[in-house]
Design a protein around this ligand. Structure first.
Ligand code: NDP
Length: 443
């Protein structure tokens, strides 16, 4: 049995009931074998056994008081997975589905993603099984303050710097930042995704979506084409989806669909993004609202957004939102490019099918790395007390995405897997972390 297969088998056995973490390891570890064959020292030094074990996993109680005066209790998490190349960095997810396996899958992916950005950030992730949907601002504040009361023991500007993810946007980051400052007396860059008046970076809000589109820009360029006139289907209608739609539309694409967990809107002539922003960002409403105010679209809750014919599919909602049957539909309907805005959007068999069928596929750890990259640029601005212009940050983001694309392509080609961005991104991300771990000894 190969080294990577052995580590995978052992780790699954030692961590039962964590299917998403198993899936992330099953997608990553086998692709590293050719690299490890060439560098046997990594097996000798047990780098993979160390990599799959988080440095630390903290689970904590989050009690808070709702608007009726009743006490509610949620579970909070932070995994500090790997600090070989920098302080832990990774978002916080507030969603009822959050559990240890999901936090570990996200944290494990984050190690590779952060390495790919070329910036000095290690891998971490966190969150809670709290659902901000339908809660008042006061309830969300009560929860966030309680959450950070505990989390503040483990984070810090040079230690661990959380950001947003599903259910955590500018509102939640603001409440947590204010409480952190009050508890510690420190005005430091402990969280990213902050508001622009208190240390946030321009382009952070747009970064994941814009970065995703910059990644696809490179994929299209390699096929001598552009976004101009392409039909794009996007799932989700949160932060990543909205700004992917915005940049793709600026590049001349037509965004024909967006969704949320209730269903999707189909707008054959293109989505009105200002209306989507009003409904989602201002009113915190459902995407179904859209068709009540715009008659150029229809709403569907009984079929999948992936059943719509398109040139490019950008999943931007959640993990495993593209299963094999969805991949089959997309391929049958002529989709040529799939790039993951959400983490692990596609199941392993869907990913394999895309690659086998010649659909150009970009995995989340490469394609959605723009968010954490600009978060690291926010950290740099906070440390130096300097604010960069929108153009400067955007230009750095575009360069970073280009470099991630090129490094992933080159790594895939070096190991005989030309065009396979999944293997390429895994190897390119692993190289730097593995070498740093090697030089730091048995820690
Ligand atoms: P938001 O909370 O802003 O939006 C999430 C969107 O996805 C909503 O439209 C939501 O619909 C939908 N969604 C969430 N869970 C499900 C589900 N189980 N089934 C169907 N739809 C669902 O999150 P983000 O846009 O920030 O994050 C989206 C994805 O991008 C996540 O996978 C995240 O990990 C990834 N990502 C985010 C980054 C960031 O900077 N924000 C960085 C890198 C990756 P509803 O409102 O109905 O729940």
């Amino acid at each position: 049995m190969s080294y990577t297969a052995k580590v995978l088998e052992q780790t699954i056995k030692r961590n039962p009931n964590e299917p998403e973490f198993h899936q992330a390891m099953s997608e990553i570890l086998p692709t590293l074998q050719p690299f490890i064959d060439e560098h046997p020292v990594y097996e000798k030094e047990r780098i993979l056994e160390r990599l799959v074990e988080p440095e630390r996993l903290t689970v904590f109680r989050v009690p808070w008081v709702d608007d009726k005066g009743d006490i509610q209790v949620n579970k909070g998490y932070r995994v500090q997975f790997n600090s070989a190349i920098g302080p832990y960095k990774g978002g916080l997810r507030f969603h009822p589905s959050v559990n240890t396996g999901i936090i570990k899958f996200l944290g494990f992916e984050q190690i590779f993603k952060n390495s790919l950005t070329g910036l000095a950030i290690g891998g971490g992730k966190g969150g809670a099984d709290f659902d901000p949907k339908g809660k008042s601002d006061r309830e969300v504040m009560s929860f966030c303050q309680s959450f950070i009361c505990e989390l503040q023991r483990y984070v810090g500007a040079d230690r661990d710097v959380p950001a947003g993810d599903i259910g955590v946007g500018a509102r939640e980051i603001g409440y947590m930042y204010g409480q952190y400052k009050r508890l510690t007396g420190q005005y430091e860059g402990v969280l990213t995704g902050k508001g622009l008046t208190y240390g946030g970076s321009l382009v952070r809000k747009e970064a994941t979506g814009y970065g995703l589109v910059y990644m696809v820009e490179n994929m299209l360029a390699s096929k001598n084409t552009t976004f101009e006139g392409k039909k794009v289907v996007i799932s989700g209608s949160g932060n990543v989806a909205i700004y992917a739609a915005e940049k793709a539309a600026q590049f001349g694409a037509k965004i024909i669909a967006l969704s949320d967990s209730g269903g999707y809107i189909h707008a054959p002539e293109g989505v009105d993004l200002e209306l989507v922003k009003q409904i989602k960002e201002v009113e915190r409403g459902r995407i179904s609202e859209y068709v009540k105010r715009n008659d150029g679209a229809t709403y569907h809750s009984d079929s999948s957004v992936w059943s719509l014919p398109c040139d490019i599919a950008l999943p931007c909602a959640t993990q495993n939102e593209i299963l094999k049957e969805h991949a089959e539909l997309l391929i049958k309907n002529g989709c040529k490019i799939v790039a993951e805005g959400s983490n692990m959007s596609a199941s392993i068999d869907a990913t394999e099918l895309f690659i086998k069928s010649g659909v150009y596929f970009a995995p989340g750890k490469a394609a959605n790395a723009g968010g954490v990259a600009v978060s690291a640029l926010e950290m740099a601005q906070n440390s130096s007390r300097i604010v960069w212009s929108f153009e400067e940050v955007d230009c750095r983001l575009r360069t970073i995405m280009h470099d991630i694309y090129t490094n992933s392509c080159n790594a895939a080609q070096r190991y005989g897997m030309k065009g396979n961005l999944v293997a390429g991104a895994n190897i390119a991300g692993f190289e730097k972390v593995a070498e740093a771990m090697l030089y730091q000894g048995a820690v």
